[in-house]
Write a protein that binds this ligand. Structure first.
Ligand SMILES: *Cc1c(COP(=O)(O)O)cnc(C)c1O
Length: 442
């Protein structure tokens, strides 16, 4: 079966003539899986409808934000009421204060500053860490994505403890010359760079649980070890929860391990769910660190649309509706889909590994535990591409990349989940037929 795609194809042609690659963020293109991206006309609950009239169960949820599903009536009503009052004033508003209070109440941060994207949040957190410590070096992990910040678009140099090289053309060497890139979950590598450069390190930034190389959970105690190592060397521990915050669990990844193990980050970043489908993000943390930020302190940071009343209203409404029941529902749906996907792939003889952190999970088309970016790179891209297209043709919209989490919402009801379950066996057989021959797998 192949679904009609003429209208998407025509829009893609128009888009490519006026926009690089026809998309406004690269992963929306189907470059990794081939074919034409679907242009979405509308969405409701767990479902997307494309411009050709095809319906899909959405397993992307806007790459995380749509925790309550699309067009949630209470979020829509709050947003509509906010729009009726005007959309941006360039002066402070009540929804900003409400949302800041909600985030301070639910996370270890004592003060929070709003921005418009996760990229801005991590960029600003790093500037603040450097301003607070008076140091310049930053440490990150390979495979952790923190937005398109120059100094974080860095690849490991030729050995551990050597400084990074630009990860993309357009980033000057000087922008990554103060960045150290380490393998994830590797304590020895962390110890080595702190032993060598500890007194120059402003901060270590990590995804609280990586989701941008597929879901790679921190090994037990790894975040606690990072927090302790940073503290010992006078560096700040920056936990990037743009993806996991209010998504992996009600309290994010910090709630899954920090609250249990008794550590807290010095700075955190948030985005995605906290914007409720609008451009809103935040960074926050210790009061003494955050007070170094302008206008209270000397570290400059600003934004014309920061704390926008529509975005903060959508985010606040979403967080208030994100009850224990919401996370329990998403967790149960995730378990059903994870198990069924693994069963179908096993039956078809497709090498795979399912990994999860809280309600977030991903299916790697590779054998064995994925601990870091090197392991994730063993994924069989051809098998995933075949699987992706078979699922799409059966009405399930997966991430068009093998290195992503699958996202669910509280609107993923029995009908939506059953649509996914029905599609899996055929897609697993398609993946089996496309699998790289064993001798050629890296
Ligand atoms: C999505 C993401 C970002 C970047 O957020 P944008 O809003 O896309 O700029 C940063 N960090 C993590 C962990 C993310 O998942």
């Amino acid at each position: 079966m192949s679904l009609p795609t003429a209208a998407s194809g025509a829009l893609f042609e128009r888009a490519r003539a006026v926009t690089p690659g026809g998309v406004n963020s690269p992963v929306r293109a189907f470059n990794a899986v081939g074919g034409t991206p679907r242009f979405i006309r509308s969405a409701n609950g767990a479902w997307l409808t494309d411009v050709d009239g095809n319906d899909y169960v959405d397993l992307i949820c806007s790459w995380g934000p749509m925790l309550l599903g699309h067009a949630h009536p209470e979020v829509q009503a709050a947003v509509a009421a906010a729009v009726a009052r005007g959309t941006s004033y360039g002066a402070p508003t009540e929804p900003e204060v409400d949302l800041a209070e909600e985030i301070v109440a639910r996370t270890p941060v004592e003060r929070v500053r709003f921005v418009s994207s996760g990229t801005e949040a991590t960029m600003s957190a790093i500037r603040l860490a450097r301003g607070f410590t008076g140091r310049d070096v930053i440490v990150k992990f390979a495979g952790c994505y923190h937005g398109h910040v120059d100094s974080l678009l860095a690849s490991a140099g030729s050995g551990l403890a050597t400084f990074a090289v630009p990860g993309t053309p357009g980033v000057p060497e000087s922008s990554t010359a103060l960045t150290l890139v380490l393998p994830y979950n590797d304590r020895a590598a962390v110890e080595k760079v702190f032993a060598e450069h500890g007194d120059r390190i402003a901060c270590l930034i990590t995804e609280a649980a990586p989701g941008n190389m597929g879901v790679v959970p921190p090994e037990p105690g790894f975040n606690a070890f990072l927090a302790e190592t940073c503290t010992r060397h006078g560096a700040l521990f920056v936990s990037d929860e743009v993806m996991t915050g209010f998504r992996a669990s009600k309290l994010g990844q910090w709630g899954l391990d920090g609250a249990v193990e008794g550590w807290r980050p010095d700075l955190m970043t948030f985005g995605k769910v906290m914007g409720g489908g609008f451009p809103a993000a935040a960074f926050g943390g210790r009061a003494d660190v955050m007070s170094r930020l302008a206008p209270e302190g000397p570290v400059y940071q600003a934004g014309t649309l920061s704390g926008n009343p529509i975005a903060t209203t959508a985010g606040l409404t979403t967080l208030r509706l994100a009850t224990d029941e919401v996370y329990a529902h998403i967790g149960a749906a995730a378990d059903t889909i994870k198990t069924a996907a693994s069963d179908a792939l096993s039956k078809a003889g497709v090498a795979h590994t399912v990994q999860a952190t809280g309600t977030m999970f991903s299916v790697f088309f590779a054998e064995g535990t994925v601990r870091d970016f090197g392991d994730a790179s063993r994924t069989d891209g051809a098998a995933y591409a075949a699987f992706f297209h078979a699922m799409l043709d059966s009405g399930v919209y997966l991430p068009p990349s093998a290195y992503e989490a699958w996202f669910l919402s509280s609107a993923h009801d029995d009908r939506a989940v059953q649509t996914v379950l029905d599609a899996l066996p055929g897609a697993a057989r398609a993946a089996a037929a496309a699998q790289a021959p064993e001798l050629e797998t890296r």
